[in-house]
Design a protein around this ligand. Structure first.
Ligand SMILES: [Zn+2]
Length: 90
């Protein structure tokens, strides 16, 4: 692969560029997937939060219940992802 800083050919396994010392970030596919999942969950929570006032305005208990479940479930999932990551780092 090429170093993003000095464009010299370096090993795929190198953590830093031997020629300029640029740190090569290791983005594992698993890490990317985790981030994407976290992002999607955040959007889900925001979407459900946005549905709460809509449910109140429409006086629609079904919307309120579904939105509440979405917010709670999303928050639980997000916190479980975060604790998992913290455990891995420590
Ligand atoms: Zn370099």
């Amino acid at each position: 692969m090429k170093c993003p800083e000095c464009s010299k050919q370096i090993s795929d396994k190198a953590e830093v560029c031997p020629s300029c010392g640029y740190p090569i970030k290791k983005q594992t596919p698993e890490g990317k997937f985790q981030k994407w999942r976290e992002k999607r969950l955040k959007y889900l929570v925001i979407l459900c939060l946005a549905c709460l006032p809509v449910g109140i305005a429409l006086k629609e208990p079904v919307v309120l219940i579904l939105a509440s479940i979405g917010v709670v479930a999303g928050c639980i999932k997000l916190s479980s992802i975060k604790t998992k990551r913290m455990n891995r780092n420590s």
